[in-house]
Write a protein of this length. Structure first.
Length: 224
């Protein structure tokens, strides 16, 4: 009887050993598969990181080229008459490239925003609220960008200023002129005391262009 019991125990132990061995083999196989998958993921992650670093380098290089191009185009526009062919090319390129840059710029980029009104004096007016502006630009360059180059202006080197005589196809006449305005919360709207070239656009700036007549004292007959 004892022999039968011992034999039964032996069979049970053998069965348990077989089960344990099978489970061990299974889990070892699963471990091997998991390790292989992990190594594959590590390899893919390393490759992805390398590709990301290359893309980041190319991206930063592209942003640097954009800024260099802005500098060259703005420098050109700052000293030419709008009647020259080079103005048409430079203003068109600046507007186009600025739009591209805004779609690519990193969130950390320092971009100003300003509110700008263009009032055509016939009931038509356009507010360009929260307009994105490159730091360092002045109101003349921003007007070029807003109008997509559709601007008439004469450059006076002796004053280092442009005299703007037309915006978006609306030109000065014998009785109607474009006036530039600045705004602050204390004094409200004021006619600009300097030309557009000398008005830097800061973050939160508010400006307006109005088209209207003038008094004998050369003051505008309108306000924004």
């Amino acid at each position: 009887m004892a022999a039968k019991v011992n034999y039964g125990i032996a069979l049970t132990l053998v069965a348990l050993l077989i089960i344990s061995t099978t489970a061990g083999v299974y889990y070892y196989y699963e471990y091997g598969q998991a390790t292989q998958s992990k190594n594959q993921y590590v390899t893919e992650l390393t490759m992805a990181t390398s590709q990301y670093n290359k893309l980041a380098a190319n991206y930063n290089s592209s942003l640097s080229l954009y800024n260099e191009t802005f500098s060259l185009l703005v420098g050109t526009l700052a000293v030419v008459n709008t009647s020259l062919p080079i103005y048409q090319q430079a203003s068109s390129e600046l507007s186009h490239i600025w739009s591209q840059y805004l779609s690519l710029k990193p969130a950390s980029s320092s971009i100003y925003t300003a509110d700008i009104l263009i009032n055509f004096g016939n009931g038509t007016q356009h507010w360009y609220n929260s307009t994105q502006v490159q730091p360092g630009w002045n109101m003349y360059i921003e007007t070029v960008v807003l109008s997509h180059g559709n601007l008439q202006a004469q450059w006076y080197p002796q004053y280092q200023e442009h005299f703007i005589s037309g915006i978006d196809g609306v030109s000065n006449s014998k009785s109607m002129y474009w006036f530039l305005w600045t705004y602050n919360s204390t004094a409200s709207w004021q006619v600009a005391q300097v030309g557009a070239d000398e008005l830097p656009v800061y973050n939160g700036s508010v400006f307006a262009w109005t088209y209207c007549g003038e008094t004998p004292a050369y003051a505008p007959t309108c306000s924004p």
